[in-house]
Design a protein around this ligand. Structure first.
Ligand code: ADP
Ligand code: MG
Length: 694
């Protein structure tokens, strides 16, 4: 059996060079590194079982040895001899390698007597891991001297293989079972959604086996020349440029969006390899295109269940960074790497479905499957009232540091959490809440281009709205305000928990004797304010929504604080998603993460001013040295002041002022110097070099 070990360990898809006829060989390898379906079936059959075993999570109790044996054979056949429990420590986002944890162990026994190596991987090795959790953020959930962290297989996501290693998606908890990761609360939220959703549907006369949330994550990135990236300490350390004079050209010509990917950089070649690496692991990366800003790109996969999509997105982010480097590029995943051109988001497309394949947000499908015209408006009402009541938590979930510069900047929706439904749906729901019954049947309209060369064609009666943070788009909601660097577990934990709570409240009221349409109508009446179909970028509209009492939290630091609000602690504990302590711990961690980010940015700015800008200014003999020296001491004092503040919350508030006021003023001084210093004396990569090399 050992022979497998010494086969080619890469199993890499052999890509044709970029000829006119692309090879389809990558298709044959799709999913071969994912332990699922036919791949798992073949290896499980050799051990007297089949892939159906994996459908019931209890395999970890009664058949762990069988699965371990099959995984071991699969590993050996694919040149892997290493395994790890792969988990997602608590931290809202990671700009560089910050999203997962793993300790890689050999699936081997080292025999002292014979001095030989044998394969060794048992069920007990597969289903559980124990690790030293002491150096992960825990926000007070773990006393300093109790270091144990436990890893348990998450059966909702599939084991996969990359290089020489088997990755086992896992949940990570403390010795006392407190969630120390991003995933555990999400799994609990999925449970709540399923329980309450099934209950509500059953009361509507529609019994289903299971309800799941499906998501599709569009990932925006920048790909910049690596040699220039290495001339920017700020990009290297923090993922964004803290200074930098605008290039003479930005995105004003609208000539980047959907333009052909750059071949000179070579972004196209890198993206092709990223896709093929992902396909091996069964990650359905389907779409790639250029985005609005220069050197900005996007990938989108086919949607799937939330835990698999999130695990896959995290791996996609890692593959992007690694493959970019191989092609002489640096991938920037941070939300706002550059001033004055668009930043990057990660649209979280979200829908609810049955495991039987019925999309509950698709009116035609749901009407047909449930045979009850009320089902669709009842579910929509629950979601709308969840948004109206808990928009603060949606805002909390997107308050990663990079979103400070994105939200509300006319490229991403504002920090006011409303939802767009479109006029058609809005008038349908308006009539519904006033007692009118009947199915919602979205209309179509025909576009006639006035030329016989193009036949008239049908489009939805409803336009799209890209200014809304949470628009409905026909069969899904799209949470558009999410940041590109985020692990979106908390985003989906929130969406599912707030929806589950409304499902529960509706179900309780119906069980108490109320009619479903009356319950939903009343909830809609209360939450109507959160529906807004207009332009969210317009300031007058923003004021109007604020006056209406729609949730608006401009500061991410304040949004994080909402985790500790009574309303939200009650919600999370009532839904068995997070205890009050777990909520507080997360607020502390998110505040510390924010402060840590700002501190790094301030310190890298100090270095850049002292080691690059002041020497350049002196060499060029242009004015500004005095102001730059003053800036350095201002930054150092501000960092000291933050350290001295009393709590994580107080520190984060000071950090925000430093970042959004002091550092912006200092940036002006630096950018002024860049304007004056001759190009050959300026030692940092410029915006022109980072964004316009080809
Ligand atoms: P855009 O929003 O830019 O128009 P697409 O139409 O390509 O982009 O879709 C974006 C993402 O939404 C894709 O990942 C897609 O798989 C996902 N998606 C489509 N339908 C659903 C759905 N019902 N539930 C969840 N995600 C979906
Ligand atoms: Mg989108």
């Amino acid at each position: 059996m050992l022979s497998g070990l010494f086969r080619s360990t890469t199993s890499k898809v052999v890509r044709s060079s970029r000829r006119a006829f692309a090879s389809t060989e990558a298709y044959d390898h799709y999913g071969s590194h994912l332990f699922k379906g036919d791949v798992a079936d073949k290896y499980l059959k050799a051990h007297g079982s089949s892939s159906a075993l994996l459908d019931d999570p209890s395999w970890t109790d009664h058949s762990a040895d069988t699965v371990a044996a099959a995984v071991l054979d699969w590993a050996a056949d694919n040149g892997a001899d290493t395994y790890c429990h792969w988990f997602q420590p608590m931290a809202a986002n990671g700009v560089r390698h910050g999203l997962t944890g793993q300790v890689q162990n050999k699936m081997l026994e080292f025999d002292r007597t014979t001095n030989k190596i044998k394969w060794d991987f048992k069920g007990k090795d597969l289903v559980k891991g124990e690790t030293d959790g002491s150096s992960f953020p825990n926000g007070g959930l773990r006393a300093t001297h109790t270091a144990g962290g436990y890893l348990a297989v998450d059966t909702s996501s599939n084991i996969f293989l990359r290089g020489d290693t088997i990755f086992i998606p896992s949940a990570f908890v403390s010795y006392y079972g407190a969630a120390l990761d991003e995933k555990t609360p999400l799994l609990r939220a999925n449970e709540a959604l399923n329980t309450q959703g099934k209950r509500l549907l059953s009361l509507l006369g529609y019994d289903v086996e299971e309800i799941v949330a499906n998501i599709g994550l569009e990932q925006e990135i920048f790909l910049v020349p690596r040699d220039q990236y290495l001339r920017r300490p700020d990009l290297q350390m923090t993922g964004r440029t803290v200074i930098g004079k605008n290039a003479p050209r930005g995105q004003e010509m609208c000539d980047h969006y959907m333009a052909p990917p750059s071949t000179a950089q070579p972004a196209l070649e890198a993206m092709q390899e990223m896709q093929e690496e992902c396909w091996l692991m069964g990650i359905p990366l389907k779409t790639r295109h250029r985005e609005v800003a220069p050197n900005q790109y996007e990938f989108a996969p086919l949607f799937g269940t939330n835990t698999t999509q999130i695990d896959q997105n995290i791996m996609v982010m890692q593959v992007i960074e690694e493959v970019a480097a191989k092609h002489g590029l640096a991938a920037l995943l941070q939300e706002k790497p550059f001033n004055d051109v668009n930043g990057s988001g990660k649209h979280n497309n979200w829908s609810l479905g049955t495991t039987g394949g019925v999309n509950l947000l698709n009116p035609a499908q749901l009407n047909k499957a449930s045979g009850n015209a009320d089902s669709f408006p009842v579910i929509m009402s629950a979601i709308i009232s969840a948004v109206a009541e808990h928009g603060d938590l949606m805002r909390m979930a997107i308050s990663c540091p990079g979103n400070d510069f994105r939200l509300g900047a006319c490229e991403a929706p504002p920090a006011i959490v409303s939802t767009y439904l479109g006029d058609d749906m809005t008038s349908y729901l308006e009539a519904f809440k006033d007692g009118k019954t009947g199915e919602y049947n979205p209309g179509l309209k025909t576009l006639d281009l006035g030329t016989s060369s193009v036949m008239p064609f049908n489009v939805p009666a409803e336009d799209r709205n890209r200014t809304s943070p949470f628009p409905y788009g026909g069969a899904r909601f799209e949470f558009r305000a999410v940041g590109s660097s985020q692990n979106v577990s908390m985003v989906n934990t929130v969406l599912n928990t707030i929806t589950a709570q409304k499902f529960k409240q509706f179900a309780d009221a119906i069980e108490g004797g109320a009619s479903p349409s009356a319950v939903a109508g009343e909830a809609l009446n209360k939450s109507w304010k959160a529906i807004f179909n207009g332009d969210n970028y317009d300031e007058a509209n923003q004021q109007m929504l604020t006056d209406r009492g729609v949730w608006r939290i401009d500061s991410g630091v304040e949004a994080i604080n909402q985790l500790s609000a009574d309303k939200n602690k009650t919600l999370f504990s009532e839904m068995d998603v997070m205890t009050s302590d777990e909520c507080d711990a997360r607020a502390v961690i998110l505040h510390d993460h924010y402060t840590g980010t700002v501190e790094m940015e301030a310190l890298v700015l100090v270095d850049m001013i002292q080691q690059h800008i002041i020497p350049s200014v002196k060499e060029a003999n242009v004015p500004g040295v005095g102001d730059l020296e003053k800036a350095v001491s201002t930054l150092k004092d501000a960092v000291k002041e933050i350290h001295a503040a009393g709590s994580s919350y107080e520190q984060a508030k000071l950090a925000r002022v430093l970042r959004l006021e002091t550092m912006i003023d200092i940036r002006e001084v630096c950018d002024k110097a860049e304007e004056l210093v001759p190009a050959d004396l300026w030692t940092l990569a410029t915006y022109k070099e980072l964004m316009f090399l080809d």
